[in-house]
Each structure stands twice: as structure tokens, then as C-alpha cells.
Design a protein around this ligand. Structure first.
Ligand code: 5CA
Length: 162
């Protein structure tokens, strides 16, 4: 694990700076191994899979607008249930759309610090943990955060995701 911020890749530095600008006291960790999936991230962090924040981008079928779902690592999104909440059906966008709206590549999508403003929803299950771990812009970088702080600073609505 590398702690020196100056040795972080630019994408991870961007996430750390954006999180701090929002008032989140985060320190990004370069894990030196893959954190590309929730399972890999949990193994690297030594935490439960449920403590990993999956930052999943969906696309509104009618509006074309992006939605960011912050999902507990062990959970699957019930797209029909979430569609009722956001008011339109959802599509799984391709990797290029995800990059265009977030500024980051899949596997490292962070919960904050995106290139565009994303309507954001958080899985209620994340609030059951003292600390959760989220991606920090690259598939090897993560940061720990208190879920209520992440909810507040990401401006997320808490929903039942499953
Ligand atoms: N770094 C880890 C844990 S923080 C992470 O980013 N996990 S994740 O679950 O948020 O990101 C991977 C997710 O990206 C997958 O669950 C899947 O929903 C999505 N994904 C993977 N490949 C594609 C693709 N080709 N197009 C669109 N979405 C994809």
C-alpha cells in the first residue's frame, strides 16, 4: 500500500482532491493489487464485500440522463424497483458512456468527483457499516469513508436498491 499522495496516479489524485473539496476527509490508498471488482476490493481492504461501494452508472431510457447508484458490494440492483424511484426505465450503458459522464474508466469509478453532475442514489445497506470503501479513480485505488458522510457529500438519496 502506498500512502504518499504525490505517488498516486492523476485519476486518484483528482478523486482525493474532489472528495476533500466536498468536505470529505479522505486519504486515497493505492493497494498495489487489483480492486477492480467488489470481491477483489474486499480482499485487498480486508473487509466484507458488503462494505465495498460499487459506483454503478445507469442511463435513463427516456431522458438519456445518467444515474449513479452507490451499491453495497454484495447486492444486485433491482432495475425495475429503481426505475420506479427515478421515474423512468433504466439501461445499462456501454463503457464509453460511463467514461463520458464520469471522466473515469469502469473498475475505478468513484462515488464523487465526476466530470458531470450525476443524480445519485445510495443503497440503504451501506449505512449499516461504520466504514465503507469506495473506488478512487483507478482499479487499484480506494478510500475508506463513513457512509453517512458519503451520503451527505455526494448528495445521495438513500433507497432500497434490491
Ligand atoms: N473498484 C471496484 C470496487 S470499488 C468497482 O469499481 N466495482 S464496480 O462494481 O463498481 O465496477 C464494476 C462494474 O462496472 C460492474 O459491476 C458492472 O456493472 C460495470 N461494468 C463492467 N463492465 C462493463 C461494461 N463493459 N460496460 C458497462 N458497465 C460495465
Amino acid at each position: 500500500m502506498t500512502d504518499d499522495a504525490s505517488s498516486l496516479k492523476p485519476a486518484a489524485q483528482r478523486v482525493e482532491a474532489a472528495a476533500r473539496a466536498l468536505g470529505l476527509d479522505v486519504r486515497v490508498r493505492a493497494m498495489g493489487r487489483s480492486t477492480r471488482t467488489a470481491e477483489e476490493a474486499a480482499a485487498a481492504c480486508g473487509c466484507a464485500v458488503g462494505q465495498i461501494v460499487k459506483s454503478l452508472v445507469f442511463r435513463g431510457k427516456e431522458s438519456g440522463r445518467p444515474y449513479l447508484l452507490l451499491v453495497s458490494g454484495g447486492n444486485r440492483v433491482n432495475e425495475k424497483a429503481v426505475a420506479r424511484i427515478v421515474g423512468e426505465p433504466l439501461q445499462r450503458p456501454d463503457a464509453q458512456y460511463v467514461r463520458d459522464v464520469t471522466g473515469f474508466a469502469i473498475g475505478g469509478i468513484p462515488p464523487v468527483g465526476h466530470d458531470t453532475r450525476l443524480a445519485t442514489y445510495m443503497d440503504r445497506d451501506l449505512l449499516g457499516y461504520v466504514t465503507v470503501w469506495a473506488a478512487a479513480g483507478t482499479p487499484e485505488c480506494v478510500f475508506p469513508v463513513a457512509p453517512a458522510d458519503l451520503r451527505d457529500k455526494a448528495g445521495a438519496d438513500v433507497i432500497d436498491i434490491g
